[in-house]
Write a protein that binds this ligand. Sequence first.
Ligand code: HEM
Length: 229
Amino acid sequence: MFDTILFVAFPYVAVAVAVVGGLLRYFKDRFSFSSQSSEFLEKRELFWGSVPWHYGVVIILTAHLLAFLFPDAWGALVANPVRLYALEITGLALALMTIVGLVMLIVRRVQRPRINAVTTWLDWVLLVALLAQVVLGFWVALAYRWGSDWYVRTAVPWLRSLVVLQPNIQFVTALPWVVKLHMLGGFVLVALFPFTRLVHVFTVPVTYLWRPYQVVIWNRRPGPAGRRV
Ligand code: HEM
């Protein structure tokens, strides 16, 4: 019963909250779809935290997605031990990169009074949830080896069973609690999505990696002497 609540009801509720909340925010407050960048308040530390965080997390989540979408091809890829080791080592290195980057971003928000002042309680909730998720992911990868292989035999069939509305939790209920927490943590982040800065993912996210985080454009009319008023 408890497992059904966690692995059937909770994922559906999280997705429903994300879709309804996201649509409401989009139609009520479309221009709030932003990361609400603090680049203009502090730039150097932001760069050193944001770049490793974003490159790391985007690549890791792409791997999660590819294995989910193409389990057979992924299974064939990791069937070769050399490729499996290479993938796992790369995954661990990227996970470390995301953790270091995120910790730097959090420390920056704690230490810089001006950044602290523009940080809401929901920002803190999101940052803690993200940190917990990547630390748990790193823990899973380190403690339960060859996750890139067993992921396609556990998480993928469970997730696919949810997608086709025929939930089957037998693939995940016997897993260690760290793994379960990581899997459920993904859905906690899904539910948080529409209420937090995460919505900036839907604002053509990739360009964040090379363009300035924020482009400030004057839109007030010039005053009599050409000054902005
Ligand atoms: C926003 C959501 C998520 C984030 C940020 C995230 C992040 C991570 C990170 C940082 C790692 C360690 C990288 C590695 O060494 O491969 C990892 C590994 C892993 N994640 Fe996630 N994850 C998310 C969602 C999920 C979900 C929903 C599932 C399953 C349903 C999942 C299953 C796994 C597994 C099985 C591993 C171990 C892979 C390995 O050992 O190579 N993750 N995740």
